[in-house]
Design a protein around this ligand. Structure first.
Ligand code: G3I
Length: 359
């Protein structure tokens, strides 16, 4: 459904409830519904998701701090629609661990409390990542043994702090370069390739039941990079490393979706792993058009449908939910409108396509 059609139906629904443009004093003429006009489904995404034991989530960050009417609209829309929360930045190393002996949990704790108060699960993002590490870590000089201990200490402190409050962690994030080799970064450079298995073991030691994920992008379809990811993960499983699943970030461009998503999900699931969609957004060239938003909506639906064909895929998180707040426009100039609510918090065609798929 186009936004215009949705707004027309909303106005119809309002007037059918007795609303009028002159302050409610005019006599109300009952409206006979046109039997060919489908009613707008106002059921929240999370209601349909819960019925399927599915988690539909969104990452939130700066928008969470909006004040006044916009803050209320932001949080109300978020809590009404989603049953899972991810901190877009507040659980990263630089946020939680500003000095070697200092942890700062205030912002992340407030998000976790907010999720709890609204009956939402939390995905933890992220323990080990080549980006957004505190400068005391990356600018220091360490022996390999010291570097490994610093990583293990961070994981231990953070996972212990959130034990029982976080459903699953992205333990290692974006560890492969686009050519499928291990990505260079502080952890690989200072510890060596074993940092990956060591990170999972440290997280498991700190929490015996939390889900432990390897999260990456451009691994969603069959490709040389996802072949490398598959080999890496199969090797971890064969060695008994405590990995629960793989996160497919899923940052896409409308009309350019990855190929063979089913076959790819199938092979990871066949390892006995969960496959979760962790950062979904589908950007379009801006200004967007009715045609590009229709393609986007179809892409959202088809992709969620692929996930839902696998019991292993019972989580889908969007990287934001309103086009008002998204990392896309600043990172990919000329692109935007990647999410399911527009910048005025109105549901887009992509919202209704996800809703129809979850129903
Ligand atoms: O907090 C500072 C603020 O104090 C400062 O005034 C402002 C000026 O630029 O920057 C703010 O920090 C920004 C931060 O987001 C919080 O808004 C950083 O510059 C900015 O680089 C950072 O970007 C984040 C990015 O990760 C960094 O790696 C995005 O919000 C976040 O969406 C993005 O998320 C990543 C996932 O973690 C991993 N997968 C890809 C995904 C998208 O890049």
């Amino acid at each position: 459904m186009t936004r215009r059609a949705f707004l027309a139906l909303t106005m119809l629904a309002v007037s059918a409830c007795g609303g009028s443009s002159d302050g409610g004093t005019a006599p109300v003429t009952p409206i006979t519904p046109n039997p060919t006009t489908p009613a707008v489904d106002t059921t929240p995404l999370r209601t349909y998701a819960s019925r399927r034991n599915f988690y539909i989530g969104a990452a939130i960050d700066r928008g969470f701090r909006f004040t006044g009417t916009e803050g209320t609209t932001f949080t109300n829309t978020f809590t009404r629609q989603f049953n899972m929360l991810v901190a877009e930045n507040d659980m990263k190393h630089a946020s939680l661990h500003p000095a070697q002996n200092t942890y700062r949990f205030t912002s992340a704790d407030s998000l976790v409390a907010f999720a709890d108060a609204n009956n939402m699960k939390v995905r933890g993002h992220v323990l080990v990542f080549h980006n957004q590490n505190a400068s005391w870590l990356t600018s220091g000089t360490w022996t390999p043994a010291q570097a490994k201990q610093l990583m293990i200490d961070h994981i231990t402190q953070v996972v212990t702090h959130f034990r029982g409050k976080v459903m699953e962690w992205d333990v290692v994030n974006e560890i492969l370069a686009d050519n499928g080799t291990l990505r260079a970064g502080w952890y690989l450079n200072n510890i060596g390739a074993d940092y990956i298995a060591d990170a999972f073991r440290a997280a498991r030691a700190a929490d015996p039941t939390v889900g432990l994920f390897y999260n990456d992008y451009n691994v969603e379809g069959i490709s040389p990079k996802s072949d490398s990811a598959y080999k890496l993960v199969a090797d971890l499983v064969a060695k008994g490393v405590p990995i629960t699943g793989v996160g497919f970030e899923s940052h896409f461009i409308a009309g350019q979706m990855p190929q063979n998503v089913d076959a790819n999900m199938q092979r990871f699931a066949a390892l006995g792993l969960k496959v979760h969609i962790t950062e979904l957004d589908i950007r379009v060239p801006t200004p967007s058009t009715s045609a590009s938003l229709t393609t986007q909506a179809q892409n959202y639906r088809d992709y969620l449908a692929a996930c839902m064909r696998f019991p292993a895929c019972d989580v889908a998180v969007l990287w934001g939910f309103t086009d008002k707040e998204s990392w896309i426009p600043s990172t990919f100039p000329g692109f935007g409108d990647a999410l399911i609510f527009d910048a005025a918090y109105q549901p887009k065609a992509s919202f209704f396509s996800l809703q129809a798929q979850l129903k």
